[in-house]
Design a protein around this ligand. Structure first.
Ligand code: ZN
Length: 358
């Protein structure tokens, strides 16, 4: 070999050697890169996993937020409803309080009137049974008194549940709750049915000629009829007074199943003494009662006076002269010794879920 070829060969060998080394270096580099790629891939997988986890959490958070918002809205509506109901009830109570105050103002000077008890009044209150019956006969007529004296109590009938019907916006369940705010014994035997009619009025009142009835008590069936004029556009007290007035009719000396003859005459005599006394409870309704037959007028005045003072006893007892208060209070607590006027009044006020009256 020539010298040149030998050199060339050497140079080539060296180049080959270098190429080989470079190749080796590249191979190592390639390995390193492969590792990096591997690392990057697993990092990518890990991040993907995290991302999926995070979007699941985000979805749950969105759902929870929606749910929470919905519940908050519902709670807001409920709070508003409760606030409205509360306001209405507060209004109803303050209306009652205002009425009571007004009545008290009117009643106070009346009860302060010095009052001389007439001989007739005295007889009606403390006379013998015969003396009382004699006065009642002369004032109210023999027919009326005979009917009371001959009245025998019906044998105690099986207690039928009170029938409640309503054609008005007041529901039967509200009315059932409302009635619980009266003495249990007053309702149990003496009232069989209460119905609220959609008609504005009942029949024409033949004793006053001034108006038609917002309420009626039907003696034959022990039923109370209430008409929509006691509700629509009226203060709550109108309804309260109307219902109490009619329930009272069912418990007077004629209709109260629990009274014996002595008790009937005693109750009537006490009321009659009040109707004709100067310090009587002044009800424009009772005062306006008129009839061509004075005895019939007296009968109606006694019956309506009783219903009016009983209604005041349940709704605004402060306005009553203690003499009227005492008559009703004794009658109520004789059979319902635990009856509490204020508790009963509250039960009636809160028996309606919304205020139907304003
Ligand atoms: Zn009446």
């Amino acid at each position: 070999m020539s010298e040149d070829l030998r050199f060339e060969n050497l140079a080539l060998q060296e180049a080959l050697q270098q190429t080989y080394s470079r190749n080796q270096a590249l191979r190592e580099k390639l390995h390193e890169d492969a590792d990096s790629i591997q690392d990057a891939r697993s990092e990518q997988r890990r991040l993907k996993g995290m991302l999926m986890g995070m979007s699941t959490i985000a979805a749950i958070a969105t759902a929870l937020t929606l749910h929470y918002n919905e519940r908050t809205q519902k709670a807001d509506i409920k709070i508003q409803e409760l606030q409205d109901a509360n306001e209405q009830k507060t209004d109803a109570l303050s209306t009652l309080a205002r009425r009571a105050q007004r009545y008290q103002k009117e009643a106070l000077p009346m009860s302060k009137n010095s009052h001389v008890v007439s001989a007739e009044e005295k007889q009606l209150l403390i006379g013998s049974f015969e003396e009382r019956v004699a006065i009642l006969r002369s004032r109210l007529g023999n027919d009326y008194i005979d009917a009371i004296l001959e009245q025998t109590n019906k044998p105690p009938s099986a207690e039928t549940p009170l029938v409640i019907e309503s054609d008005s916006e007041v529901s039967t369940s509200e009315l059932r709750e409302y009635i619980k705010g009266f003495p249990t014994e007053w309702i149990k035997l003496n009232i069989k049915k209460i119905r609220i009619h959609k008609e504005e009025f009942g029949s024409v009142n033949t004793y006053t000629r001034t108006g038609r009835a917002a309420g009626e008590f039907a003696i034959a069936s022990d039923s109370i009829n209430i008409y929509s004029s006691a509700i629509k556009g009226k203060y709550r007290i109108t309804f309260d007074q109307t219902v109490a007035h009619e329930i009272a009719h069912g418990n007077d000396w004629v209709n109260n199943e629990k009274l014996n003859v002595q008790e009937r005459i005693t109750l009537l005599a006490k009321i009659a003494a009040r109707v004709w006394s100067r310090d009587r409870f002044v009800s424009s309704y009772v005062e306006s009662i008129n009839h061509k037959d004075p005895k019939t007028a007296n009968v109606r005045q006694c019956e309506e006076y009783f219903a009016e003072v009983a209604s005041a006893y349940f709704n605004c007892p402060d306005v009553l002269n203690y003499k009227d208060f005492q008559i009703i209070h004794e009658l109520v607590t004789k059979r319902d010794p635990n009856f509490n006027i204020e508790e009963a009044k509250r039960a009636r006020v809160y028996s309606f879920s919304t205020n139907r009256f304003l």
